[in-house]
Design a protein around this ligand. Structure first.
Ligand code: IVH
Length: 690
């Protein structure tokens, strides 16, 4: 492969073309990095692109483009829109990848609702549009507020832009509810996308990478007249807050949407069994190429709204819907080298550096190889020709090696026994697939990755503090541990002097950090990056212990595996002995205790995000036992948790209620012994108002 030409040797015409290419490429990587948190290139590769851009501009200053990367600061282009907290959260969807997953989905729904064999589950199937979801609020029939999804809880106010779209009715027609939030997808058709890009290239503007980006970029314009000039369309498919009649089923709701003036996907169908659903999926896949817009799967939604309500949500996805994704797209390329990345918990992950190749419209230059067993199993060697695949936003993967194309010199890959970052021994524990660096606190890679996790979207989510900044600040000694982020203010002068940092962006960063000084307890727990403690577990812990001091004290006591505190921890439904052991390991490490104490001094930690503001059972601990008549155990647990109660597996002095079904055995007896209040299913129903 020949490398790019030395910038000193470029002709004027070459330089001009090269600057156009770099503007395009850098803006693409910026979007991957800031907009989607899914970078495709290493920081070094990214920096090299920017340096090259700067070097060419230095030689040909009159060729500097209006859209040059040197004129932009590296922050997300979202400053300027007001924030909107959604009245009802905008959820995402779980995925199904094959027919079996679809059958499982039906089975899960049936099990959860406890349906009899003769009761049919109707599902509405709709193509999954590849655009961006938005929420439109109508009051007394008038369009009053439009917002992007954002993180699902808070989005951006893009009302003025949405008003310019023909598919967004300004007033609802017919008999509409007095309050109605319609959710839908804003997208751009394939032909419109190509025409838009042709025009942009002719006028020297960078083209968009795909219709999805074009739609997002067009909607999130500070000047609505730009949005107005873009061919955006909307398909309505969902419901947020409402007051009034919307229908009893999703199918009825779609019909109503049409009557109120929305465009609804004409390809939506009502299916009565997994077989019908899978058959429709096949038909939609076949029609996919002929559609005038991109779709990336088919969404299935349980039709009855009363069932949707009972099914509720798990984390941020509804139990009543699922996205059946189209299979990943594949391409062949050369694996040039394998590098080893070190993660926050010290896991060594091999990454394939690829000769760049387009997979389903996106340039891919890196792919994960998972772990050393994967490399051995697939017999991947440096220099091999490999097949890579990409599905949705997932990190690209190496699927297989084309052995007939292996160069004779290619050698089996030797996985290192030492951490490539700190040199410490890297060990594999029995039964584990990953090798981990034992350097712990002295390993710079782990420290940086922990900090990146700390500021990530589901943790502290500090706007403008991306992974690139964390790396740089860490290198420069400005941030060594999480608490330092909240002391960055003390380095204001040093920051303002950094290249490419305008005074305003430093001020913005400080403002964003201050905004996070108050943090919900569960976010703080998640942000600590304890092994196996994801968002769901963090929420369980927050609900159980309520405050940081109580939790810390309980974890100190729980180090004794015979005692009550250990029991309490492992009794939390959803926390097993292995997760508990990782939590206790975390609290045994003095450095971690310092990190936690430091944060505690800096932060205002708010009570666990209440699920339902106040209910008769919030904060109470409940145990269900015996066979329940009116609901399945899963539904009982989900309902209790959605009302703020904790559900435990065994009865102790801390239990507030034991709800007994028929054939209740030892737990009911234990409750009597301990004088814990015993409720029948009917008592429980009355208590929670159902
Ligand atoms: S329903 C709770 N229906 O897919 C229901 N989503 O992966 C949530 N999407 O954020 C969404 N077409 O942007 C639904 N017919 C459809 C959709 C659809 C596209 C997108 C939407 C959502 C994402 C979830």
């Amino acid at each position: 492969m020949t490398g790019p030409k030395d910038t000193g040797a470029l002709t004027r015409a070459e330089a001009e073309a090269e600057l156009a290419r770099l503007a395009r490429e850098i803006s693409y990587h910026d979007e991957r990095y800031h907009g989607r948190d899914a970078p495709e290139v290493t920081d070094a590769e990214y920096d090299a692109l920017r340096h090259r851009n700067d070097a060419i501009e230095a030689r040909f200053p009159d060729l500097v483009r209006d859209d040059s990367p040197s004129r932009r600061v590296g922050a997300a282009p979202s400053a300027g829109f007001a924030k909107v907290t959604h009245a009802a959260p905008m959820l995402s969807l779980g995925n199904a990848f094959d027919a079996e997953d679809v059958v499982d989905f039906y089975a899960r729904v049936r099990r959860f609702l406890g349906l009899g064999a003769d009761e049919a589950v109707e599902v509405v199937a709709e193509p999954k549009i590849d655009g961006l979801s938005i929420s439109l609020r109508y009051e007394e029939g008038a369009f009053v507020l439009g917002a992007t999804r954002g993180d699902g809880t808070v989005g951006e106010n893009v009302t003025r832009n949405l008003r310019t779209m023909g598919d967004v009715p300004d007033r609802l027609t017919g008999d509409a509810p007095s309050v109605l939030e319609v959710r839908g997808e804003v997208y751009m058709g394939k032909a419109d996308f190509l025409a838009l890009n042709r025009g942009r290239e002719e006028s020297g503007e960078p083209p968009f990478a795909n219709p999805r980006n074009a739609a997002a970029g067009s909607l999130r314009q500070l000047d609505p007249s730009i949005t107005a000039a873009r061919p955006l369309r909307l398909l309505a498919y969902g419901l947020g807050e409402f007051d009034g009649a919307v229908g009893d089923t999703h199918w009825e709701y779609l019909r109503n949407l049409r009557a109120w003036g929305f465009t609804v996907n004409p390809a939506a169908e009502l299916c009565r069994s997994p077989e019908e659903t899978i058959d429709l999926y096949r038909r939609i896949s076949e029609a996919r190429a002929d559609l005038d817009h991109d779709i990336d799967g088919v969404v299935y939604k349980v039709n009855r709204f009363d069932w949707q309500r009972r099914l509720g949500n798990v984390s941020r996805a509804p139990r009543w819907a699922i996205a059946h994704k189209f299979p990943a797209e594949r391409a062949e390329t050369v694996l040039e080298s394998i590098s080893i990345q070190v993660g926050r918990t010290g896991a060594l992950t091999p990454v394939a550096n690829l000769r760049p190749v387009t997979v389903g419209g996106v340039v891919v230059s890196r792919a994960t190889l998972h772990n050393e067993d994967e490399i051995a199993r697939k017999e991947v060697r440096e220099g091999d020709t490999v097949v890579v695949q990409r599905a949705g936003d997932v990190i690209p993967q190496v699927v297989l090696v084309v052995e007939s194309k292996r160069p004779p010199s290619a050698q089996p890959f030797e996985f290192p026994d030492n951490c490539p970052q700190c040199g410490s021994l890297a060990l594999r524990e029995e039964g584990e697939a990953v090798r981990r660096c034992t350097g712990g606190l002295i390993c710079p890679a782990q420290a940086v990755e922990r900090l990146k996790h700390f500021v990530s979207r589901d943790a502290f989510d500090i706007e403008g503090l991306g992974t690139r900044h964390i790396e740089a600040f860490w290198r420069e000694g400005l941030i060594a541990r999480p608490g330092d982020i909240f002391r960055l203010r003390d380095h204001g002068a040093a920051l303002a002097e950094r290249e490419g940092w305008a005074e305003r962006s430093v001020a913005n960063l400080f403002a964003a950090i201050e905004e996070r000084r108050t943090v919900p307890f569960e976010r703080l727990i998640y942000a600590l990056g304890i092994r196996q403690v994801g968002q769901a577990t963090a929420r369980l812990i927050a609900r159980q212990y309520g405050t940081l001091p109580d939790w810390r004290e309980a974890m100190a006591a729980a180090q004794d595996r015979e005692g009550e505190s250990w029991r309490e921890l492992t009794d939390i439904d959803g926390i097993g002995p292995s997760v508990a052991a990782d939590i206790l390991d975390f609290f045994r490490e003095p450095h971690n205790l310092e990190v936690v104490a430091d944060l505690e001094a800096q932060l205002e930690i708010s009570a666990p995000e209440a699920v339902a503001a106040e209910s008769a059972v919030s904060g109470k601990t409940v145990v269900f036992t015996g066979t329940l008549e009116t609901m399945t155990r899963a539904e009982a647990k989900a309902t209790a948790e959605s009302l703020g109660a904790k559900v435990a597996g065994s009865v102790s002095r801390k239990t507030d209620y034991v709800v007994v079904g028929s054939d209740a055995g030892s737990k009911a007896r234990k409750a009597e012994e301990l004088d814990v209040e015993i409720l029948t299913e009917r008592d429980w129903g009355a208590l929670i108002g159902r």
